[in-house]
Design a protein around this ligand. Structure first.
Ligand SMILES: Cc1cc2nc3c(=O)[nH]c(=O)nc-3n(C[C@H](O)[C@H](O)[C@H](O)COP(=O)(O)OP(=O)(O)OC[C@H]3O[C@@H](n4cnc5c(N)ncnc54)[C@H](O)[C@@H]3O)c2cc1C
Length: 314
């Protein structure tokens, strides 16, 4: 048995999700990490430093810059023969690539895995996270996406070999045209240790700045409810929940968020929750470890003021 992990990377750096995926599959067999892209020498070196990695396989091509399924899946399929498990994180790239790969290999993918019980037994959430399903797959080969936030990161301190892999004519199937991205230096929402989330009750994009201000103070990532995103107060990629990102921070501060089921589906991995809300009966207030009942426009500035007074800044 051997495992091939597709590395996640962005802006020339390895994503924090990849060491978590490596840790998730550590019991399944020797692990190779596949890095696909261009200008990715640093990414390959970071992957080679993850404990438990046997070797890093690298293909560089301008056509791989967009990380499209059309470009990545054929390379993974060509390498599939040597592996019993082909895995990646259940992020934007993995969710696109792995169904394509499974179709090419005529396999059933198991997506969004949160626990690996054995070589062919996997657990995944269903019904918006309200139940956990155990999947037993009788296939010879397994295509998996892993919910990275459900696992710790593998340690660093390895020097795995880095080898090139041959690949077909990527330009014939995919051409990278442009990437339009949200600029910012806040931590990645899916793997952040602290997330500050804002709801529609902030009232405006200007009001949402209060949420961003507290997040900046704490070195936290910023999340939002779908209602806040739909109202145009926060960008789409900040949405947390069933149809947004899944987060598992040590601390989630929910500001003016009611706690609809679809939002709760995204925060089940949060270890501690602080809710700031005017309504003591709101579902998220009842779920929270600490609830601050009051107007967010009073409570949040007071919180920032107190952090300032105490000299707490990350
Ligand atoms: C198919 C589907 C998928 C969905 N996916 C998602 C998803 O992925 N993520 C998601 O978040 N939602 C999702 N939703 C929407 C979800 O059902 C809720 O509508 C949404 O989460 C509510 O957002 P909210 O908490 O900002 O707003 P509300 O539910 O309106 O809650 C606002 C809260 O703010 C409080 N409040 C009001 N004023 C103040 C104040 N001044 N100070 C402090 N507190 C105040 C209120 O007491 C209330 O609790 C989905 C819905 C559907 C149907």
């Amino acid at each position: 048995m051997a495992v091939l992990v597709l590395a996640d990377h962005d802006l020339g750096r390895l994503s924090p999700a990849t060491p978590r995926v490596v840790h998730a599959v550590a019991e399944l067999g020797p692990i190779d990490v596949l890095v696909l892209g261009e200008g990715i020498d640093e990414v390959a070196a970071e992957a080679a430093a993850i404990a438990g990695v046997r070797r890093v396989r690298v293909a560089q091509d301008a056509g791989l810059l967009g990380q499209s399924a059309e470009a990545l899946a054929p390379i993974l399929a060509d390498l599939a023969e040597g592996y019993t498990h082909i895995v990646g994180s259940a992020g934007a790239v993995g969710r696109d690539v792995f169904p394509h790969l499974a179709a090419r290999l005529d396999l059933m993918p198991v997506t969004d895995v949160v626990a690996i019980l054995g070589p062919n037994r996997f657990q995944r959430p269903i019904y918006a996270g309200n139940a956990i399903e155990t999947v037993v797959s009788n296939q010879d080969k397994h295509v998996l996406t892993i919910r990275a936030s459900a696992f710790r990161a593998a340690a660093r301190g390895n020097e795995a070999a880095i080898e090139p892999v041959p690949h077909g004519d990527v330009a014939a199937v995919a051409k990278f045209v442009a990437a339009h991205r949200t600029e910012g230096d806040v931590p990645d929402l899916a793997t952040a240790q602290i997330v500050v989330g804002g709801g529609v009750s902030v009232g405006s994009a200007e009001g949402f700045k209060l949420v961003e201000q507290l997040a900046a103070w704490l070195g936290a990532a910023v999340g939002a409810t779908r209602a806040a995103v739909d109202a145009g107060y926060a960008p789409n990629d900040w949405q947390v929940g069933q149809t947004g990102k899944i987060i598992a921070p040590d601390l989630y501060i929910a500001i003016g968020i009611s706690g609809a089921l679809q939002h709760l589906a995204g925060i089940q991995g949060a270890k501690k929750i602080v809710a700031i809300n005017t309504d003591a009966e709101a579902p998220l207030v009842k779920l929270a470890d600490v609830a601050l009942i009051g107007d967010l426009f009073t409570v949040v500035p007071a919180l920032i003021g107190e952090l300032d007074r105490l000299g707490v800044r990350r």
